[in-house]
Write a protein that binds this ligand. Structure first.
Ligand SMILES: *[C@@H]1O[C@H](CO)[C@@H](O)[C@H](O)[C@H]1NC(C)=O
Ligand SMILES: *[C@@H]1O[C@H](CO)[C@@H](O)[C@H](O)[C@H]1NC(C)=O
Ligand SMILES: *[C@@H]1O[C@H](CO)[C@@H](O)[C@H](O)[C@H]1NC(C)=O
Ligand SMILES: *[C@@H]1O[C@H](CO)[C@@H](O)[C@H](O)[C@H]1NC(C)=O
Ligand SMILES: *[C@@H]1O[C@H](CO)[C@@H](O)[C@H](O)[C@H]1NC(C)=O
Ligand SMILES: *[C@@H]1O[C@H](CO)[C@@H](O)[C@H](O)[C@H]1NC(C)=O
Length: 312
């Protein structure tokens, strides 16, 4: 690390840190309020030099500055936040309302160039993690990893955020021309005669599709078992684009049925996916269609970035 810091110091390249306040706080079992920037936390951290920390951002940021200095890097070494975000599902406190509040205070704070207790007045470069949810993200380190997006993968913003840092009460622009699949859902018909079969079908569906919202802290964790199975069936069905090469995908050993009414349960949404994108996902990202369509996604994301850029 000392060698690395020397290199950065002498080349004037930034040190890049990734910071996930909700998770950091959660893993430390700290007051959830400490993760926000609006300083309502009942914990305050006083360091040996009389500096006071009331939020996790400044605490982590200055901890890194301190460590970099100890390793021989001076004010030369700029500390950039390469990723900062707030997931909206799959972890306690991961909600759109909390993400909105987090960014509502973070972005104006960054824009104000107030700096931190250790380096007041410096300008801090911050990159938001991420633009959209990724429903194929690996989840070994947590279900929340599929839910970092400011946008749902249908191109709609999940919450209000003013990317210009002026703290205005506004939604960012939404993606245009997104086509959803037909309004129909696949649910469990409730036949629990063979429990083994039901569990087998549930596991099968969740192996392929995104069931992260069912996990503890998730938006669908309150479902009962039958609703759980329905949720899994529907995710699979939508993920496979409802029909795949004319094969009916709500079979599940005779346990599935298609319904015309939205079976969402309170905060737990049973989504319908985007037409083209989900067809691309049926064979992962490796087949030819996948390549073409991930190109389509790149274009969509770049357009979004451009639109956001214009607003800034
Ligand atoms: C701080 O607040 C949290 C909830 O936000 C609460 O669980 C905890 O008991 C509080 N601690 C103190 C010392 O007040
Ligand atoms: C929170 O406190 C820090 C100082 O620790 C200050 O820089 C920041 O502006 C405060 N944020 C708000 C929203 O008051
Ligand atoms: C860091 O850079 C400063 C100014 O260029 C230099 O004086 C100092 O010796 C450097 N530190 C290390 C550890 O290379
Ligand atoms: C329920 O499932 C069992 C086998 O799992 C099947 O034998 C039975 O016919 C089903 N009942 C209904 C009403 O479909
Ligand atoms: C229940 O389902 C399992 C798994 O498909 C199957 O192996 C088993 O034979 C079924 N049991 C009955 C009584 O049909
Ligand atoms: C629903 O599924 C999730 C994820 O597998 C599990 O954590 C939860 O306990 C299940 N709920 C019920 C009521 O079975």
């Amino acid at each position: 690390m000392v060698e690395f810091i020397t290199l950065l110091n002498n080349s004037k390249a930034p040190f890049v840190v990734n910071m996930f306040p909700l998770i950091f706080n959660g893993e430390n079992h700290w007051d959830p309020e400490f993760a926000f920037i609006d300083n309502n936390s009942n914990i305050t951290i006083h360091d040996d030099n009389g500096l006071v920390y009331k939020n996790v951002f400044e605490f982590i940021y200055d901890s890194f500055l301190h460590a970099i200095k100890k390793a021989g890097g001076g004010p030369n070494v700029e500390l950039t936040v390469g990723q900062i975000g707030w997931p909206t599902d799959g972890y306690p406190g991961a909600t759109s309302a909390n993400a909105e509040r987090f960014f509502k205070y973070l972005l104006p704070f960054v824009k104000s160039n107030k700096g931190t207790p250790l380096r007041p007045g410096i300008s801090i470069e911050v990159y938001i993690h991420t633009l959209v949810d990724e429903n194929l993200h690996k989840i070994k380190l947590g279900a929340f990893r599929r839910h970092w997006g400011v946008y749902n993968n249908n191109g709609q913003p999940k919450y209000k955020i003013d990317f210009s840092g002026q703290g205005r009460d506004m939604y960012p622009t939404s993606a245009k021309g997104v086509v959803l699949m037909p309004k129909r859902w696949c649910v469990f018909n409730g036949n629990t005669t063979n429990q083994t079969l039901v569990q087998q079908m549930f596991d099968l569906a969740c192996q392929e599709a995104d069931c992260t919202s069912l996990s503890p802290g998730g938006s669908c964790h309150h479902l009962n078992y039958v609703q759980n199975v329905s949720y899994a069936f529907n995710r699979f069905y939508q993920n496979k684009a409802q029909y795949n090469n004319k094969v009916f995908l709500c079979e599940f050993g005779g346990l599935g049925k298609v319904v015309p009414d939205d079976p969402s349960v309170g905060t737990c949404k049973f989504p319908i996916e985007i037409l083209t994108a989900e067809i691309a996902d049926t064979k992962g990202m490796i087949n030819m269609a996948g390549h073409r369509l991930s190109g389509y996604w790149t274009v969509l994301l770049l357009s979004l970035l451009l639109i956001i850029g214009i607003y800034m």
